[in-house]
Design a protein around this ligand. Sequence first.
Ligand code: ZN
Length: 366
Amino acid sequence: MNLKKKFLSAVTAATLVVSFIFGTPVAQASLIGTAIGIGTTLAEGAAMRKQVKEIIKKFNETPEGQEALYQNFREKQGVDTTPEYNERLDIIMANLTRGVAAVDPSIKDKPYKYFVADNDALNAACAMGHVMMVNRGTFKALPSEDEIAAIVGHEMGHGQLNHGVKSLEKQVNQRITSGLVGAAIGGGAITSLIADVALNNMDAHKDKKFETQADLISIDYLVNTPYNIGATAAVMQRFVELSIGKERSRLTAIFKPSDHPDSAKRRDAAAKKLFEYSGKHVEVKNGVVSVNKKTFMKPVASSTMSGAERSYFVMGNLARAFHDGQNKNEATVVNGTVMLGNQEIVTPLEGDEDAQVIADRLNSLK
Ligand SMILES: [Zn+2]
């Protein structure tokens, strides 16, 4: 087989494999075996493993593989073409691509392909090859672009850290070494193995270590964007609240609090990173923002978020201000917004203290 033909064959096979990520028909299972050329004997287990690895590599490292994956996902998931959501995602991706590039220039050689998926669940996913989708439900559920950016940044963290491939290969190898392939004399069983592994890979987010890594690195990306660096902790606070409220059913897979009782831990890990970023000047606990260990303010709830969620936005602004040395300047009030130097800190809402009172307190604490 010539190289081009061989590659096309691999891409076809790979596309079929990946379709199982989204739980598509069993009818395709036999096609996978045929397309990859999997034999039916135990001796060929190692060859199958090698071939799967090659296909993964093509997906992950070539523009053709990326394109095949992208088209496959669009077809399987459905595409939402609502201009509002698509334009917003374009802006977020442009901002975050610059944010990632500031700390990881490799993104320039491997830009993301993305789309808005036709799905109302609050969810997003990044596969190997830097192919990403953000559900329509994410745009509907989250009130601020900062929080959507936090989620997209988290996905790009998985992408930059190559998590999709790591978990896929790991799971394939686990299955093979556990002897399941040895028992699988028929090609059908082997294709089932591949399908299982691909399906499980969709749940790469279940790996707690990867989750925290993606959360924390996303803050490094947000630092280099116009977004609030507290948005990661804020969105985790929202998931904590959704998990104990009646809106729980709106969350699925990736961020589902029922699967992730550790949303609070992830929130706290993000907040700890902000604390460090601020030079250990700024903290949040139970909705109270502290500066230099003293109470600064306890934001009230807005029409779209709780006071606790809002507190992480205040924290994000303060952390940026302290990190950038803005605390050497006076806190002032400009058009109703408390500023520290040229950094916005908070715009008080009805029920919050007066802006000048907050600014005066900040001057006494900073
Ligand atoms: Zn994740």
